[in-house]
Design a protein around this ligand. Structure first.
Ligand SMILES: [Zn+2]
Ligand SMILES: [Zn+2]
Length: 734
């Protein structure tokens, strides 16, 4: 092959591919996945990765020669690139966008061989300055470290380090060292696997019989049913057979918890973690160790599906119903569950999905393939708390006029007085929901997005939850000039303040994404709650997941209707999942749990089934509705969003595309199976100053329909001022 396609990361340009000549002396040595050095304009020699070869150059291109191969051992395989290619094709995006999301930047930018490390060689610090001692003490605890990173951590300079080296305290070496395994492994002690209960044992054996199945296997287990022990037993079998395991959790916090548990059971040195927030350096190390097959179990969030784990024998996706497995923005808008399925096929490994409230489509397909296993009782036989309903509408009485009704107040008091803990769910952040003029009815909206601004009491600002724009509370209505503006609706901040007013002597804290701006604040608060240092925890859906605190006996849902009323085909599913998950937080230990839903719509079916925590019943009703309207799993949805700062132009190009698409589907005789809806303005019709129009395609031809649409989209060229986003299997259609 005469030419190599290489991947580079250029300041200002981002990640791109370019063609280079493979010189004679590199013929047969150059391989896909190798790090190379290439000349690039004024920047001189830069690092690059070989991602392909060809005998021809694109027209009009004059290629330069690859300068040298930095490392003959490749860092990824052809098989790996094939997976990324598949992702690009499935999600109708380009290959480089996927590469960019999958491969850590540092892998492209740096070459390990040139990194220095530093190690302490004399720990007699007498006669040194206080500052020098501090630096050396830190090095003593850290052990041998990469030099640059240590300097950052110790807040010291290269000059200081050099001086310490000359004085014989430290040694700077030209050798690469892996970073210290993450701090999450602190105080991890290995412990044996638990014995399985008879229920767990029979599910374990059932799943084991299915491991050769090419289709995903679903483990549907209610909260606290003991799914984890079943996973661990299966993991042990896979490790014993010499293969490796990928284990995914929907969020970073959950992935970290999971990694610790895995390390306790299977040893620290075999386990690694992967998610978007680990540092580039850590990613770089884990990548190398994965590629060298030094890691047996990789735990991680969504992006872990792209980590180059070798020799996979099992993929587990826990809490598989979570939306966090899908990347919505930017492209690639991939769903880790879909990619994992493809990855499993590549490795001929089974894919095991687990959930208390499975995704309706997952459940449907697993049922058709006879691949469902259920654990519908809690592990310790503790009864599932049966939610009770507080009908906020029926009673016009004063008791129900407060956002926290009298019956809920009484229960809160009783729980805390008995030394127990309480979770209050309010799935809207901020103080209120909207600010309205009492004179003319105008709602204050974000000037750039077509959604109401939300009052945040802690920063005393109105905030847009889409573009983060902030403004101070207006003195007068922008429409009629009246000063009768007031906040309506409630969010977590209002609940927090109200609870503190009602129970000034209790310890109350709030968790929502507003506190996430402080690093680790979320984990710290959850830790405090776990230790019993918080009586009442108020929060959004963030508190509905993963919390396993046996001392929680009361869960109150302030507004159980939130979510169900969203105009989206998955609204019932999401609402059902959230209520079931949060209800599962109560009574996990020896104390009986109580769950209270405050609602204005007690008769709605998804609400009723959530109340009885009856997934099967919910599924039966929901799947009928999906079938009637051809929603997934009975079709695949491909959503096109056209946006522009000019409302008219966005609409015009959306109409043109929809018309051409309709003509094409008619021409191919696909009309019945490939339904084009729209264009319509999106429900959120403006974000960040961009007017948005959407076209929904319901594809009932699976692969054939998908290929048709992606070919069609490839031929579309749009004027510069129009943006197009293609979302395959979108999470919502707002
Ligand atoms: Zn007004
Ligand atoms: Zn906005």
């Amino acid at each position: 092959m005469k030419y190599a396609l290489v991947l580079v990361n250029i300041k200002g340009l981002g990640v791109k591919t370019f063609s280079y000549i493979v010189p004679d002396e590199m013929q047969g040595i150059a391989k896909i996945g190798q790090a190379v050095l290439v000349p690039f304009g004024r920047q001189g020699l830069i690092n690059a990765f070989v991602v392909g070869f060809s005998d021809y150059l694109p027209e009009g291109i004059r290629a330069k020669k690859i300068n040298r191969i930095l490392d003959e051992t490749p860092l990824f395989s052809i098989k790996y690139l094939k997976l990324l290619e598949w992702v690009a094709n499935y999600y109708c995006t380009d290959f480089v966008t996927v590469l960019n999301a999958a491969i850590p930047m540092k892998l492209i930018e740096k070459n390990s061989k040139t990194e220095q490390s530093v190690v302490l060689i004399n720990d007699n610090f007498e006669g040194l300055t206080k500052r020098q001692k501090e630096v050396l003490e830190l090095l003593k605890t850290e052990g041998k470290s990469p030099l640059i990173e240590f300097e950052e951590k110790a807040k010291t300079t290269r000059a200081t380090m050099k001086k310490l080296a000359e004085a014989g305290y430290v040694k700077i070496e030209l050798e690469y060292v892996y970073r210290n395994p993450l701090t999450i492994f602190k105080d991890v002690e290995v412990e044996p696997l638990f014995e399985l209960s008879p229920d767990q044992q029979s599910v374990y054996e059932g799943i084991k019989d299915k491991l050769k199945s090419p289709n995903p296997i679903l483990l549907h287990g209610v909260t606290a049913s003991g799914k984890t022990e079943v996973y661990f037993k299966l993991i042990k079998d896979v490790l014993d057979s010499g293969k490796n395991v990928l284990f995914m959790a929907p969020e970073i916090a959950l992935a970290s918890q999971l990694t610790k548990r895995l390390a306790r059971k299977f040893g620290i040195k075999d386990v690694a973690i992967w998610h978007s927030s680990i540092s580039d350096g850590e990613k770089y190390d884990v990548w190398q160790r994965l590629y060298n097959n030094e890691i047996r179990i990789l735990a991680g969030a969504r992006s872990a599906v792209f980590a180059p784990l070798q020799n996979i024998g099992l993929i587990i996706i826990d809490e598989e119903h979570e939306g966090a497995y899908k990347q919505t923005n930017p492209a690639p808008r991939y769903d880790a569950r879909v990619v994992a399925r493809r990855l499993a096929q590549f490795h001929q490994a089974p894919l095991l999905l687990g959930s208390a409230t499975p995704d309706v489509s997952t459940y449907y397909f697993a049922q058709n393939n006879n691949n469902i296993f259920q654990m519908l009782k809690r592990f310790n036989n503790a009864p599932l708390a049966k939610p009770e309903v507080i009908n906020m509408q029926e009673y016009g009485k004063a008791a129900y006029r407060s956002i926290i009704s009298k019956p809920l107040q009484t229960e809160i008091k009783e729980a805390v007085e008995n030394g127990k803990q309480v979770i209050l769910l309010m799935n809207r952040r901020g103080f209120s929901t909207y600010t309205q003029c009492k004179a003319c009815g105008t709602v204050v909206e974000c000037p750039d997005c077509s959604i109401p601004m939300v009052w945040h009491a802690d920063g005393k600002k109105l905030k847009c939850h889409y573009c983060s724009k902030e403004m101070s509370f207006p003195d007068f209505c922008p429409q009629c000039g009246s000063d009768a503006l007031s906040n309506s609706g409630s969010g977590t901040q209002k609940i927090e303040i109200l609870v503190k007013e009602l129970f000034p002597e209790y310890r109350v804290e709030r968790i929502d994404s507003d506190i996430l701006t402080k690093k680790n604040a979320h984990i710290e608060l959850l830790g405090k709650f776990q230790k019993g240092e918080i009586d009442i925890l108020v929060g959004t859906q963030m508190i509905a997941k993963g919390l396993d605190n046996p001392n929680v006996t009361l869960v109150g849902v302030i507004s159980a209707d939130t979510g169900f009323s969203v105009p989206d085909f998955r609204a019932s599913e999401r609402g059902f999942q959230l209520l079931t998950q949060v209800a599962g937080r109560a009574g996990r230990g020896e104390y009986k749990g109580k769950v209270l839903f405050q609602t204005y719509n007690p008769d709605y079916y998804a609400f009723q089934t959530a109340k009885s925590q009856n997934y099967n019943k919910f599924f039966e009703t929901e799947i009928k509705a999906r079938q009637e309207f051809d929603y997934p799993p009975f079709s695949q949805i491909i959503r096109l969003i056209l946006s522009s700062q000019n409302n008219f132009r966005a609409e015009k190009s959306a109409m043109e595309i929809a018309m051409r698409l309709t003509t094409m589907t008619e021409k191919f005789g696909f009309t019945e199976y490939l339904e084009t809806l729209g264009p319509t303005p999106c429900i959120i019709s403006k974000i960040n100053g961009y007017y948005r129009f959407q076209i929904l395609i319901k594809n009932k031809l699976s692969q054939k329909g998908h290929d048709f649409v992606s070919k069609f989209m490839n031929k579309i060229t749009l004027p510069k001022d129009i943006k197009l986003a293609i979302d395959v299997d979108p999470l919502d259609i707002l």
